[in-house]
Design a protein around this ligand. Structure first.
Ligand SMILES: C[S@@+](CC[C@H](N)C(=O)[O-])C[C@H]1O[C@@H](n2cnc3c(N)ncnc32)[C@H](O)[C@@H]1O
Length: 411
């Protein structure tokens, strides 16, 4: 929404200098202000419609590319620019990681005033058909089948979808074949704009969940089981789970290597693994063989129930349902325990970070889905004597500007 009615819908010719966090191109207006341009690529000259004007910066969107980058691609999806996802489809899939690496290096320098290590690497998987989790809006019935939509770009409106090229074939089959008579069986009335969480367990079997789902249906339809190596992890379409199952084993491998390295070096011990923001106990379940004692801490009560199933129950396993910051403040960590944190986009709550740096933990494995809050939190860890030992990226969300990251910090 434009904040300046006169300023908006003005068209300018601008040169895009670089890509910035969020995937927009950065250009300069004739008055010197920075303009964030949706759909622009570095090196391009574009006609840009200004959509918002502030004192220090402006926003715009490309309406015509006058001089085109060699890395520009034709967006594959007809809903590009309308649907809220996949805003980077205009950039060649094979080049996205190179651009995102540049963005992350610059982002880290700007926020943390430090360089990412020279060996920072971004692991890649399939550019299309990778996404095994989605939230869709139910739009009604046609010929006995459900019609679904995605939330629109920068609005709460909904755009109808037939299929989506980043979703797994299992999820696309669901979008095509789902019948309201089955999905909403037992529901007296289907609320308007009802949202459904969909989850493909990696085999094409789709679990789904919507608010108000009858309890009996929940057990039948929302539970899922994912195989990671030899381990089965039980989860549910109503709670958090990673959304790129084909690349997830690479993240697990990196976390396992980081754990082994910490124990081998003596900087962290195998006496105690603390997995904070643990979801269904994902990392702890995959690392249980390495530790004498394990604590998982997760705020969501349902996740806790799954964590209890996913970790073999022994006297040395404790699954806690509490905010991580509260648990950290109330519990004394007085040995150099192995600590994994995987907070939501907002990063670590300040109380949690404060308690970690005051504890005996000397090595932190920090998994993050937001490089900006990760860089912010790293700067605070550094003030407490931690240094960045290892940084890896995971292209979990191709066609979007988002990245998953793993940092290893030690003091
Ligand atoms: C990014 S997910 C990570 C989950 C898990 N590590 C995994 O890989 O599946 C973040 C998790 O943190 C939980 N969470 C959010 N805020 C929290 C808090 N303050 N304390 C504990 N858990 C929290 C969310 O419910 C969510 O399950």
């Amino acid at each position: 929404m434009c904040t300046d009615a006169i300023f908006c819908s003005v068209i300018c010719e601008l040169s895009i200098e670089k890509l910035v966090q969020g995937g927009e191109g950065l250009a300069r207006l004739p008055d010197g202000r920075v303009c964030f341009v949706r759909g622009g690529l570095p090196g391009e000259r574009c006609r840009v419609e200004l959509t918002a004007g502030k004192k220090d910066f402006a926003r715009g969107r490309v309406v015509e590319v006058l001089e085109k980058s060699a890395d520009r691609a034709q967006p594959k999806c007809p809903l590009y620019g309308k649907c809220g996802g996949c805003s980077l489809q205009h950039l060649d899939s094979a080049k996205q990681v190179t651009y995102l690496e540049r963005v992350e290096r610059e982002n880290f320098k700007r926020i943390a005033h430090e360089e990412l290590p020279a060996d920072f690497v971004i692991h890649q998987g399939e550019p299309w058909g990778y996404r095994n989790r989605a939230r869709v809006v139910y739009l009604g019935e046609r010929d006995g089948h459900c019609r679904f939509g995605f939330r629109k770009q920068e609005s709460n409106g909904v755009v109808a979808i037939e299929s989506c090229p980043v979703l797994t074939s299992g999820l696309n089959d669901f979008l095509k074949n789902a019948k309201p008579s089955e999905i909403f069986k037992g529901l007296k009335r289907i609320p308007r704009d009802l949202e459904l969480n969909l989850f493909d367990d990696g085999t094409g079997r789709v679990a789904y969940y919507y608010r108000g789902m009858p309890e009996a249906r929940k057990r039948e339809s929302s539970v899922s089981c994912v195989k990671i190596g030899a381990k089965q992890i039980k989860s549910d379409a109503s709670v958090f789970f990673q959304s790129n199952l084909s690349l997830l084993p690479r993240l697990v491998q990196s976390v396992r290597e980081a754990v082994d390295e910490g124990i081998a070096s003596g900087a962290a011990s195998d006496e105690w693994l603390i997995d904070l923001f643990s979801g269904v106990g994902f990392f702890a379940a995959l690392l249980q063989d390495k530790f004498k004692r394990i604590t998982t801490v997760e705020r969501d009560g349902l996740c806790l129930q799954y964590a209890k199933v996913n970790l073999s129950a022994t006297d040395s396993v404790e699954n806690v349902s509490a905010p991580a910051e509260e648990w950290l403040v109330k519990n004394v960590v007085d040995i150099p325990a192995t600590l994994i944190v995987d907070p939501p986009r907002t990063g670590l709550p300040p109380e949690a970070l404060g308690a970690i740096v005051k504890s005996s933990v000397n090595r932190v494995i920090y998994v993050s889905c937001d490089p900006v809050t990760l860089a912010r939190d790293f700067a605070k860890f550094r003030q407490a004597g931690f240094a960045l030992k290892r940084a890896e990226g995971f292209a979990f969300y191709p066609q979007t500007p988002h990245l998953e990251m793993m940092f290893v910090l030690a003091r």
